[in-house]
Structure formats: structure tokens, C-alpha cells
Design a protein around this ligand. Structure first.
Ligand code: FCB
Length: 468
């Protein structure tokens, strides 16, 4: 029997990711105005220990040092986002050249280090001015125009050097505080009805379509365009073939209890329609769609980004209906409490590729861990190495079994502001001491460098002998 390749495809892009509000800091510098996150962080009790992104990793001032670390780790690509209110402080109209100039410098420094920039236009930091004062944010249909104008500014300025674009990050989370019926109180923290959430998504999908048109039409370098939703990954709960069927059905239908699933978000963009079963389930809560909307939303995409951290274990119930299987007590979990389910990087890309047939990038995946600087001055994080090793081996298996995955972005290049959890969660390859801003690459960073260098072959080596 032929053995499966142990390396990843030639030209596979090994990268790491971040987002503007989570790392930049400099919240009140060089003309940047508030986003909904700045305002939300000032609401007492909204964020763990009332942390804010005011300083974060001070990446705005330290980007050179950070890119030098990326270069030393051998990253081939870096996914970052642009802060809309840094570039257009009021969200529309006047452009802040000083803010824009930061992204010029960042992109230039990345290219000098031979690292391909992957630019996300929107990673949650919606301009406060377009939300406050009754303007409504994503609930306002004009959001699509505002976003298109902002996209044009970025494309005009950076598309001579940036070729890879993502419009939106995780709409499942940023619209109206996440999935019903529970409300994850993300900024701006409003309580929103299901009907409004679905309308917000419709507007964000229009914004995605408009931005795609703008990039396609005006980019100077031939663009590669996608977006980065949460890649909800149903996985078989056991090795029964019926459990694989259950997971496949859950991955491709609007199935209670997973209403917030892939198809409701991806079908409009990639197939040009909301899925029928979703329209039935949402019934009167479904969005108002105007003539021509679906054509705007359904723009050719070059790839699909997937942010995958874990799965949803599925099995068939005795009546042959897919159901979520309970996780047993003591199930492995990260410091965040998220389940450790490496198979999600196998089944997620496979199911998604089966349905949409598009090249995929894993745009986020990683582990929050209780990392500390040891007495020897290093950060020993064998859990992260083990986690990544398990997940990446599953990703390699998915590729060997036919999923067209072109790259992988580790979340995150450095510890950062983890939204509601503030600085409590550490996801980075590089440890940040927020009091001093000292950067310390963790053991996992050097291990990841070795994985990159060997194009994945070193995933088969015993890692702990070499770490530290
Ligand atoms: C994702 C977000 C990202 C980060 C990771 C841990 O949902 O896109 O910004 O917070 O989770």
C-alpha cells in the first residue's frame, strides 16, 4: 500500500494570525478614534478585570521587533487586520493619513522579511461613530456602503503590495453578540433579537459582496479574496459509520441545535442563496432581502478561510436522527475551557470542501494555555506543542484525503487582548509581559519554526526531546 506523504504540499503557506484591536494598542494615537470595542471596554464589568485594548501589545510601535521575530521563526505568511477607525476615524468620509501610513510601514516590513501579508478588512472593531447616535451599526443597511468606501481606501493604498484579502472575520460572533438563544455579550453589547441578528448578517454579507467587487475591480496586484467565518466542525463522536453520516448532515444543514452553522453563512456567499431548511426554521425571523441583494452577496471567491478550534461530536439517535453526543467527564479542555478535538481539523476542511469545492486556508487555530515565564527565563508550553502536533497531523490527513487546504495560520503570533477575557487567555507563540512589553518566544514558537522548516515532516518526530 502506498504510504501517505508526511510533508504538506509544496508551497503550503505556514503562518500566524492576529487582529488590530487585540495587539496594536495606541488606541488614542495619531488620530485613531473609538471602535465599539473601545467603548465597550469602558463599561464596568464588561471585560475581565476591566482590561482594555488601549495599550495591548503596543504592536503599533513595536511592529518591527514583532516582524523580526516572525522572520526568525520562518513564517511564510502573516494574517493581520486593519483598524477601520484608525484609518477613517468617523467610519466614513475623512481619511486619517497617519493611520493609513502605519499599514504601509507594516506591509513594507513584512515584505522585506519575505512574509506574505494576508489582510483582513474587518475583525470586529466597528467604528463607534457609525454605531452610536442611532446610526445602528450593522443593523443599518448603509453599513454595506460604508464598508465598501472604507475597503476602497485600503485597496487603493495597499493593493500594490497586498494580494491576499479577507473581508470579514467570524460574522457568527460579531453580529448581535453571537449565536441564539444564548447571547455572548461581545461589543457593542446590545441585546438583539434573532430577527435583528439575521438582518445584521444580511447587511454584513452585502458588505462582504461590495468589498469583494471593489477589490476585484481596483486591486493593482491580482487579488486572491476570501473571508474567515467560524468553521463550525461537527465531528463523528465515535468510529461508527453512522456517526460520520450524522456529522456530515450536521455540517451541511441547518440542524437544531446548531442553527448558527456553516450553511446559513456560507451558502449566500458561495452558492448565492440562503439554505431552504434555514429559511424554514427561521421563518418570520428571516432577513428582508431586496431585489439584487443575492447577486451582490454572491461574488466569486478565491478561497474560504476557516477558523477552527474544536468540533461538535455527533452521532445518530435510535430514530436515525443526528444528535450531539455528550462529552464524558474529564474531557480534555484548554485553559479557556474549549474542548481539545484535533479531528475538527480533519472533518471541518473535508466537509466544507465537499460542499463548496473551494481552496481553504485555516485562518485561525490554536490553544489558550496557562503560560508562565519560568525561572530559567523561558516559557515551556508542552501542552501547546502537543495540541498543535495533534491538530496539524489531522490537517495533513485531511489534505492527503483530498481536502484542498493551501495554508495554516496559528492563532496567535503573540499573546493578546482576548475580547471578553481581556489578557487572561494566552494564545500566543510569543509570550507578552504586558507590564514591560517584553517578548519571549515560547518553546512552541521554536517547535513551530521547525515544523515550517520541514514542511510538516517533523510532526512525526518526538518533540519534547528538542524543546527548551
Ligand atoms: C476567534 C477570534 C479571534 C480570537 C480567537 C481566540 O473567535 O476570531 O479574534 O479571539 O477566537
Amino acid at each position: 500500500m502506498p504510504t501517505a506523504p508526511t510533508t504538506f504540499p509544496k508551497d503550503f503557506l505556514w503562518g500566524a494570525a492576529s487582529s488590530a484591536y487585540q495587539i496594536e494598542g495606541a488606541a488614542h494615537t495619531d488620530g485613531r478614534a473609538d471602535s465599539v470595542w473601545d467603548a465597550y471596554c469602558r463599561t464596568p464589568g464588561a471585560i475581565f478585570e476591566n482590561h482594555t485594548g488601549d495599550t495591548a501589545c503596543d504592536h503599533y510601535h513595536r511592529y518591527r521587533e514583532d516582524i523580526e521575530l516572525m522572520r526568525r521563526l520562518g513564517l511564510r505568511a502573516y494574517r493581520f487586520s486593519v483598524s477601520w477607525p484608525r484609518v477613517i476615524p468617523q467610519g466614513v468620509a475623512e481619511v486619517n493619513d497617519k493611520g493609513l501610513a502605519f499599514y504601509d510601514r507594516l506591509v513594507d516590513a513584512l515584505l522585506e522579511a519575505n512574509i506574505q501579508p494576508f489582510l483582513t478588512l474587518f475583525h470586529w472593531d466597528y467604528p463607534l461613530a457609525l454605531h452610536a447616535g442611532g446610526r445602528g451599526g450593522w443593523l443599518n443597511r448603509e453599513s454595506a456602503d460604508w464598508f465598501a468606501d472604507y475597503s476602497r481606501v485600503i485597496v487603493d493604498r495597499l493593493s500594490d503590495r497586498v494580494a491576499h484579502w479577507m473581508t470579514l472575520n467570524e460574522p457568527q460572533c460579531f453580529i448581535g453578540g453571537g449565536p441564539p438563544p444564548g447571547n455572548l455579550p461581545l461589543a457593542p453589547g446590545d441585546r438583539v433579537t434573532l430577527k435583528d441578528k439575521l438582518q445584521m448578517w444580511h447587511h454584513a454579507a452585502l458588505a462582504h459582496g461590495r468589498a469583494t467587487q471593489i477589490i476585484r475591480e481596483h486591486a493593482k496586484l491580482k487579488p486572491s479574496i476570501g473571508y474567515a467565518p467560524v468553521g463550525v466542525s461537527p465531528i463523528p463522536a465515535d468510529d461508527q459509520p453512522s456517526s460520520i453520516d450524522a456529522a456530515r448532515i450536521a455540517a451541511t444543514s441547518v440542524l437544531a441545535p446548531h442553527l448558527w452553522n456553516n450553511t446559513w453563512f456560507n451558502d449566500p456567499i458561495l452558492l448565492g442563496r440562503y439554505p431552504d431548511d434555514g429559511l424554514r426554521v427561521f421563518a418570520n425571523d428571516a432577513p428582508r432581502v431586496q431585489p439584487g441583494d443575492m447577486e451582490i452577496i454572491h461574488q466569486k471567491q478565491d478561497f474560504l478561510g476557516l477558523n477552527i478550534y474544536h468540533g461538535i461530536p455527533m452521532r445518530m439517535n435510535p430514530a436515525g436522527i443526528p444528535e450531539e453526543a455528550p462529552r464524558p467527564p474529564g474531557y480534555p479542555r484548554t485553559a479557556f475551557g474549549w474542548p481539545v478535538e484535533p479531528e475538527s481539523l480533519y472533518w471541518g476542511p473535508r466537509f466544507i470542501h465537499e460542499r463548496y469545492k473551494l481552496p481553504i486556508y485555516i485562518t485561525e487555530n490554536g490553544l489558550s494555555n496557562t503560560d508562565i515565564v519560568s525561572l530559567d527565563g523561558k516559557v515551556h508550553d508542552p501542552q501547546r506543542i502537543d495540541f498543535l502536533r495533534r491538530y496539524l497531523r489531522e490537517l495533513r490527513r485531511a489534505i492527503n484525503d483530498g481536502a484542498d487546504v493551501r495554508g495554516y495560520f496559528q492563532w496567535s503570533i503573540m499573546d493578546n487582548f482576548e475580547w471578553l477575557d481581556g489578557y487572561k487567555q494566552r494564545f500566543g507563540l510569543v509570550h507578552i509581559d504586558y507590564a514591560t512589553q517584553k517578548r519571549t518566544p515560547k518553546d512552541s514558537a521554536w517547535w513551530y519554526a521547525h515544523i515550517i522548516e520541514s514542511n510538516g515532516a517533523a510532526l512525526d518526530d518526538e518533540p519534547f526531546l528538542r524543546s527548551g
